[in-house]
Each structure stands twice: as structure tokens, then as C-alpha cells.
Design a protein around this ligand. Structure first.
Ligand code: HEM
Length: 466
């Protein structure tokens, strides 16, 4: 029974408890049963009331038509406090300055070249030797971990100019990974706890909150060193040729972007940390689910292989239409960011008729949106890349408020093209050179978190194609 009973004082929490660890599938059931919008009432005075919606009309209204009235809001700022003043949680004028300055660096030809070259080098010097070794030694590897390491190294090169070399046969410990994964889970649970409770846990250093503080402190210390050594390089007149984001923001033009603070280390940390997260976790999540779906759908794999054999041109990956369709289909069913948090600045009425108060919480359920039969048809739960291909064989466009893996409106993802390019480069390399098999009996389920990761990773064995 997806519709929850609203108890005096306790609200819907008693019925919700069992669903908190399986929130993604629950959101599909409840939104299908409630005509795409569901109002959750938390316990009295707990501040955990939320409106869940997967209604494209509401989404279009919130993210585009009435964008000014729907910032992330003060609650999101509290819940995502680890992001500080980074672009993912900033609002209003600060967000505008961050967005415009980000746009400039992300479209700079030197930055795009750095992105391409870092991918090519990481393939040659990281991924291929790693997979060759795994095939030779016949060891089980976790593809999710491999992709996270690949994306961490390439994103770090782009964002900080530094290659942490986390993808190597030795598989070194990655402090960033521990900090981020614990943080993403802790943040997820904050949605269901009164602020006072998670703040207390954080202060006492208990549970996930305590772990997150410890890991984040370790990460911040490491990052502070990277920042101070880059400042020293800059003061010695070095780093002039660097096109990474860290150097860019340390020299950013404050006459154009008045709210940015190039001299402030905390601000620089916030900006770069958010961009590292935006690039690493999303892309690695999408690639992991993609390879898992391919293992379940050999017919799709055969079509992709055929397309690569007949149409692959390393200078023009756009020709791989079926591969693109399969990636879109993966992110429809498994969007790396499963929710988007918004909060009305002023009271409003949504197109679905639901009233929303100022500063209330709205969660756009991206995961549920991709699975609604009323939106995608009776076969909504099937993995069918063909739905993305038109009769003439071109890619079919879907409006972003229906397929919103990359968000929609003025806050749409700034790294969409980089991410798609990167996923295609990695997918082609693996599919051309290796066969892989998912370990029998390996359990696949999403971890309750703000990023859609597989709980126990994706364990596979690889063999090299002859
Ligand atoms: C498959 C990969 C990716 C997916 C699915 C994805 C998805 C998204 C989504 C849903 C948002 C909105 C987040 C929110 O408002 O809470 C977003 C924002 C953003 N993404 Fe991505 N992203 C991906 C890769 C990347 C990469 C590789 C980069 C950069 C290198 C990037 C940079 C950004 C930035 C800067 C924003 C903030 C935009 C703003 O608030 O104005 N993303 N992305």
C-alpha cells in the first residue's frame, strides 16, 4: 500500500520507516498511485514535510517557467552544508556569478583539450593496464570502483591540475571516496531526521554523521595543501599555462564576478569540491549501471558492438547513435542524481493544484519520472534503447522536464557534453577490447543516497578479446 496513513503527531513517519532504505522504488509506487505528486507529512514540528513530484508540468513550472521563485533554498543549504558556497548549493547572485564563470572555463578550448587528453592518457596508462592485469590474473574486480577511480583521476586533472593516480593495479586508498560516499549517505538520511537530531549526531561524532565529519576533515586537510602549493606556484610566477579550474578561480576577474573570492581558501575549496563531485560521482554511476544493463541485455551489447565495428570514428563519436541511445536509456532508468531539491521563495500553486508554502521542501523525483507508465508508456520499466531512435535513424529528442537526468532549465548540467563524451570514450574502449561477466549471485540494489550507486558495487571478471 503505497499511500501512507497520516497519524496525529507522528505524521506519515511510521509507514515511511520501512521504505526509507528503498526510497527509489517506493517513490515509483507512490507517485504512480497518486497521479505523480505526493505530499509527505513528517512528525509534528520535525521540519521533515516534503512534496514529492514527478509531474512534468510541475517540473517545467519549477525549473523553467517560474525559475526565479524556486531556488535551492535555506533548507538545502543546511542539508548540503559540506558543499559550502559551491555551485551545486548556491542561489541567487552567487549562483549567477558561479554559473557564468563556470560556463567560460568549461567552454575554453584549452580546457576542452585538457579534458580530452586526460581521458586518453587515463585510458592508456590507467584503465587498460588495470583491466589487462585483471584479465591475466583472472581476478574479480568491482567495475563501479574502477569507474569512480577513472573519473576521480580525470576530474582531478581538470579541476585541480593534479593527478591523484587512484586508478592503478595497486588500488590505493582514496580519502576523497570515503568522505564523499559517507557524506552522500548521511545527507540522504538528513531528509528524514529533524535538523536538531542530525546536528546533535554530528556534534557528538556518532553514526554516519560522525564518520562524515572525520573523513571530510581528512579530505579538507589534503585539499588545503593542494591550494597552498598552487598559491605558492602562482606567486613564483609558475602555473601561468595551467587551464585547470583551481588556477582559473584563483585568478578569476572580480570586476566581472563580484561575489567570487579568489583569495579565500575556503571559498576556493567549496567551488572546486562541488565540481569534483559533479563530475566524478555522476559519470561513474551512469557507466556502472550501463555495463550492468548490458550484461542483462546481450542483444543490446551485440548492436553496440556492430555499430562500433561499422561506424566508429574516434574524431566523431556522434556517429555512434545507438550507443548514445543506450546511455540515455540507462540514465532514464538509473539517473545518477535521483532527486532534485527545490524550495519556493514565495507561496505558489503548482500546475497539479498542490499549494506550496515559502521555504517548504519539494523533491523532484528524477528516478520515478523515468519509470512512470503515464509518461513513458506501458513498457516504461523495460530497457529499450530503440525508444530513443526515430524512424529515420536519428536520435529522438525528449524534453528535459520528461528526461531530466541532466536537470532542466537555467540550472541544467554544465558538464553534459563532457560527460557524454567521456562515457562514450570509456565504453568504446572496454567494449572493443574486453568481454566481461558479472559474478553469479552478485546482488544489485541501489544504496539509499543522494547519488544512485550500487550498494555492493559491480563485481565482474574480464577477459581480453583475441
Ligand atoms: C552522467 C553524468 C552527469 C549527470 C547525470 C549530471 C547531472 C546533473 C544534474 C541533475 C544537475 C543538477 C543538480 C542540482 O541542481 O541539484 C547537474 C548540475 C551540474 N553539473 Fe552535471 N551531471 C553529469 C556530469 C557532469 C560533469 C562531468 C560535470 C563537470 C565536469 C558536471 C557539472 C555540473 C555543474 C557545474 C552543475 C551545476 C549547474 C548549476 O547549478 O547551474 N556535470 N548535473
Amino acid at each position: 500500500q503505497p499511500i501512507l496513513k497520516n497519524w496525529p503527531f507522528l505524521g506519515m513517519l511510521p509507514g515511511m520507516l520501512a521504505h526509507i532504505p528503498r526510497i527509489f522504488d517506493f517513490s515509483v509506487e507512490v507517485l504512480e498511485a497518486t497521479n505523480l505528486t505526493f505530499s509527505f507529512k513528517g512528525p509534528w514540528l520535525s521540519g521533515t514535510d516534503m512534496l514529492f513530484t514527478a509531474d512534468p508540468k510541475n517540473i517545467h513550472h519549477i525549473l523553467s517557467l517560474n525559475f526565479r521563485n524556486y531556488p535551492k533554498g535555506p533548507e538545502a543549504k543546511k542539508i548540503f552544508d559540506a558543499l559550502g558556497d559551491g555551485i551545486l548549493s548556491a542561489d541567487m547572485e552567487l549562483w549567477e556569478d558561479l554559473r557564468k564563470s563556470n560556463h567560460v572555463i568549461f567552454h575554453h578550448p584549452d580546457f576542452l583539450n585538457l579534458s580530452l587528453s586526460s581521458n586518453i592518457i587515463k585510458l592508456k596508462e590507467g584503465l587498460v593496464p588495470f583491466l589487462d592485469n585483471a584479465a591475466h590474473e583472472k581476478i574479480v574486480i568491482d567495475l563501479q570502483d574502477v569507474f569512480k577511480r577513472f573519473m576521480f583521476d580525470t576530474s582531478s586533472i581538470l579541476m585541480t591540475g593534479d593527478d591523484p593516480m587512484s586508478l592503478s593495479i595497486e588500488m590505493p586508498e582514496v580519502v576523497f571516496d570515503e568522505a564523499v560516499e559517507t557524506g552522500e549517505e548521511a545527507i540522504y538520511y538528513r531528509y528524514f531526521k529533524p535538523v536538531i537530531l542530525w546536528r546533535l549526531q554530528s556534534w557528538l561524532g556518532t553514526g554516519l554523521e560522525g564518520k562524515m565529519q572525520t573523513y571530510l576533515a581528512a579530505f579538507n586537510r589534503r585539499f588545503a595543501k593542494i591550494i597552498s602549493s598552487r598559491r605558492e606556484e602562482i606567486s613564483r610566477g609558475e602555473s601561468k599555462q595551467s587551464v585547470d579550474v583551481l588556477t582559473y578561480y584563483m585568478n578569476v576577474d572580480t570586476t566581472k564576478y563580484k561575489l567570487l573570492k579568489p583569495g579565500n581558501d575556503t571559498f576556493i575549496r567549496d567551488v572546486v569540491f562541488s565540481l569534483l563531485l559533479a563530475g566524478r560521482d555522476t559519470t561513474s554511476s551512469a557507466l556502472t549501471w550501463f555495463f550492468w544493463l548490458l550484461s542483462k541485455h546481450p542483444e543490446v551489447m551485440t548492436k553496440i558492438q556492430h555499430e562500433i565495428n561499422t561506424k566508429y570514428d574516434p574524431t566523431d563519436l556522434e556517429k555512434l547513435v545507438y550507443l548514445h541511445a543506450a546511455l540515455s536509456e540507462t540514465m532514464r532508468l538509473y539517473p545518477p542524481l535521483p532527486f532534485n531539491h527545490k524550495s519556493p521563495a514565495k507561496p505558489d500553486v503548482l500546475p497539479s493544484g498542490h499549494k506550496v508554502e515559502a521555504n517548504s521542501k519539494i523533491l523532484i523525483c528524477i528516478y520515478a519520472l523515468g519509470r512512470m507508465r503515464s509518461i513513458w508508456g506501458e513498457d516504461a520499466l523495460d530497457f529499450k534503447p530503440e525508444r530513443w531512435i526515430s524512424d529515420s535513424g536519428d536520435l529522438r529528442h525528449e524534453p528535459s522536464y520528461k528526461f531530466m537526468a541532466f536537470n532542466a532549465g537555467p540550472r541544467a548540467c554544465l558538464g553534459k557534453h563532457l560527460a557524454l563524451l567521456q562515457m562514450k570514450i570509456v565504453a568504446v574502449e572496454i567494449i572493443q577490447k574486453y568481454d566481461f561477466e558479472v559474478t553469479k549471485g552478485h546482488e544489485i540494489e541501489p544504496v539509499p543516497s543522494v547519488i544512485l550507486r550500487i550498494k555492493h558495487g559491480l563485481n565482474v571478471t574480464v577477459t581480453k578479446k583475441t
